[in-house]
Ligand binder design. Structure first.
Ligand SMILES: [Zn+2]
Length: 56
């Protein structure tokens, strides 16, 4: 197993972690009710997907 030979500075550690943040979840706009909805999934508000009602 690799053992760290040198102590990483606070700034070096934080610069490495600058790429680790989670991306914001993307929203699609519902074509039926206009509310925010997940892409590829029926709208939680009205149950519509691609202009068709797919849930009860
Ligand atoms: Zn909707």
């Amino acid at each position: 197993m690799g053992v760290p030979k040198k102590h990483k500075t606070r700034s070096g550690r934080d610069q490495r972690r600058s790429h680790l943040a989670l991306k914001k979840t993307s929203f699609a706009k519902c074509k039926n009710c206009g509310g925010p909805t997940m892409p590829h999934l029926p709208c939680k508000n009205c149950g519509y997907l691609n202009g068709r009602k797919v849930t009860k």
